[in-house]
Write a protein that binds this ligand. Structure first.
Ligand code: PLP
Length: 231
């Protein structure tokens, strides 16, 4: 699977260039390999070529692969998380990128407390206001974060996550990323207890360079590493 090595090399070069373009350091950006539908052999290959963090969007799929791969990498849950599936991943993930409603906070709190773990989470924000996109509307984010940090002690909010619209218009995409960065700065200035805004999870195969130029610290890349997915 030589192509995985080559793809990762190309992406790392692109990350470095986008970072330099915007006066940042490549070390400040994590390449999160999105491995949904990808088999464990290919994932292990990517790990050999330097991938340290992987993201899955289906809890049971994450759990199944975790049984094979274990703690060699950090595991991230990306995408909509149903409350009844938190139990499959709570002891395995380093970060949940899709905190977006109180019922989910309640469930994460309950499960995390049971195993005496604190879970790093990102709040998913619907910047682009597309109907199909999940996440909180911008105007509800501050209240949600204040409430969560106060009530749910085993949840640590580390930053924000968003998905750009499926658009060919680079300016539209860039503005979504700018919007998330601005919101994170606004929240940082509020100095909410136990809340940091150090992490911005934004950018996928089609737009990760733009995202980095706008301040992304985690880019979530699947297709450009592993090839087109067969659903
Ligand atoms: C699938 C997925 C990605 C990766 O998308 P690619 O276009 O394959 O890079 C990133 N983030 C989320 C939430 C996803 O579901």
């Amino acid at each position: 699977m030589e192509f995985i090595k080559e793809n990762i090399q190309v992406i790392n070069d692109n990350i470095e260039r986008a970072a330099l373009n915007s006066g940042r350091k490549k070390e400040d950006i994590t390449l999160l390999g999105v491995t949904k539908t990808v088999d464990t052999d290919a994932i292990l290959e990517a790990i050999n070529f330097g991938i340290t963090d992987i993201g899955e969007n289906k809890p049971q799929e994450l759990a199944r692969k975790y049984d094979v791969i274990g703690d060699k990498v950090r595991w991230h849950l990306i995408g909509t998380l149903q409350t009844n599936k938190v139990k499959y991943i709570i002891d395995k993930v380093s970060m949940i990128h899709s905190l977006d409603r109180e019922a989910l906070c309640e469930e994460i709190q309950k499960r995390a407390e049971k195993i005496d773990k604190t879970i790093d989470c990102l709040v998913q924000v619907n910047i682009s206001k597309e109907e199909s996109k999940h996440g909180l509307d911008i105007e509800n984010v501050v209240e949600f974060i204040k409430n969560t940090s106060e009530k749910y002690k085993n949840i640590n909010i580390k930053g924000l996550m968003t998905m750009a619209p499926f658009s060919a218009d680079e300016n539209e995409i860039r503005n979504v990323f700018k919007g998330l960065k601005d919101l994170s700065l606004e929240i940082k200035n509020l100095n909410i207890k136990d809340v940091s805004m150090d992490v911005l999870s934004m950018g996928m195969s089609n737009d990760y360079e733009i995202a980095i130029e706008e301040g992304s610290t985690i880019v979530r890349v699947g297709t450009s590493i592993f090839g087109k997915r067969n659903y």
